[in-house]
Design a protein around this ligand. Structure first.
Ligand SMILES: [Zn+2]
Length: 347
């Protein structure tokens, strides 16, 4: 869902500038962004986890300097750098603790080391929170005051933003929207977190695969059976392909996933009453560009209209995310911008 990235020139851009860095397990995305969230320069470099955290911090700092130099700018033109990383982390201390995808990078003072190598002050954030802020700033949440985002992938990630503030919680467990309970039965589906009945157990890629497997084992008739016999791997992508090709069984799996999501979305709406709910991540069945994606979204909305109180049911927008894989670095830059402005206002 990575649309071709639009970049603008320095002449078109609005100062000051910010650098956003999105650290992932395989690649690091680095972008130079203007005061309106538009990208001037972008770089993706391999993470090279095995070289260790200090080497990674050094290359992140160098990449930040490079996007600035490539645009013909100086460090002094840049207000601040924003860095989003996976957890676990201690945001206040600027420490990576035990990142799952970066096993050898534990207990590392990443905020200060990247800031040192970049030669700029740095704002440190959770990668999911940064991506949520990116969508809020210039994506599907543009113009909203409050937004909830659900990221549909292997798990179901969440982000809640209210008036420019990301809800992280008092113990770093705020906005865990994938783990709201949608089934209270003792035999409800087991979630990746070890508890039962959570939204993620039903509406994540993992949940979709499990539900499909069970329905096939129960004797379901589907074109999936032939595809799996040919050696295809059972994935939401394959289920989506078969649904698009007219397989009623696969379509039912997709729409049932949307129904579960709708149930979770209603609980979030009744808790927060946001301007909008945004659905992002890899598992959106083609998103707004595909007939199946649009049908999926419409099924979520239908479930919301059926179950939500009348005013939020009518007023809350429910849309797909727009920024794809760019949301993380753009949002990290946006969070840096917020801190830059706050510090400026404080003198
Ligand atoms: Zn859970």
């Amino acid at each position: 869902m990575s649309q071709s990235r639009q970049t603008i020139s320095v002449q078109e851009a609005k100062r000051p500038f910010f650098v956003g860095i999105d650290l992932g397990g395989t690649s690091i995305k680095v972008g130079l962004v203007d005061d309106a969230g538009r990208t001037l320069r972008f770089l993706s470099v391999p993470t090279l986890v095995d070289r260790g955290a200090e080497d990674g911090a050094k290359r992140m700092g160098e990449a930040a300097r490079q996007v600035i130099a490539d645009a013909g700018l100086m460090l002094a033109d840049v207000g601040r750098v924003g860095l989003g990383t996976p957890g676990t982390m201690d945001l206040a201390a600027g420490m990576l603790l035990q990142p799952v995808n970066l096993p050898s990078w534990k207990d590392f003072p990443i905020r200060d080391r990247v800031a040192h190598h970049a030669g700029l002050p740095l704002t440190y954030a959770n990668d999911a929170g940064a991506a949520a802020y990116g969508e809020f700033w210039i994506g599907s949440g543009r113009g909203m005051h409050s937004m909830v985002i659900l990221t549909l992938g292997t798990g179901v990630g969440g982000g809640i933003i209210i008036g420019d503030l990301s809800v992280d919680g008092e113990h770093g467990h705020g906005a865990e929207c994938g783990h709201i309970i949608i089934d209270s039965h003792d035999d409800a589906r087991l979630c990746g977190c070890g508890h039962r009945g959570h939204l993620e157990a039903y509406a994540s890629a993992t949940g979709v695969i499990k539900r499909t497997r069970e329905a096939l084992d129960a004797g379901g008739k589907s074109s999936l059976i032939a595809r799996l016999a040919e050696g295809a791997e059972l994935t939401p992508l394959l289920v989506g392909e078969q649904a698009e090709a007219g397989d009623a069984f696969s379509l039912e799996i997709v729409l049932e996933t949307a129904r579960y999501l709708g149930i979770g979305v209603v609980s979030l709406m009744h808790t927060i009453d946001p301007d909008g709910v945004v659905l992002g991540g890899a598992m959106t069945f083609g998103g707004a560009d595909a007939p199946l994606g649009r049908r999926f979204l419409e099924r979520v909305r239908e479930e919301v209209r059926r179950r939500a109180m009348p005013v939020p049911a009518q007023k809350t927008s429910i849309e797909f995310a727009q920024l794809g894989g760019d949301a993380g670095y753009i949002g990290a830059a946006g969070l840096a911008r917020i801190e830059f402005r706050r510090l400026q206002a404080a003198g």
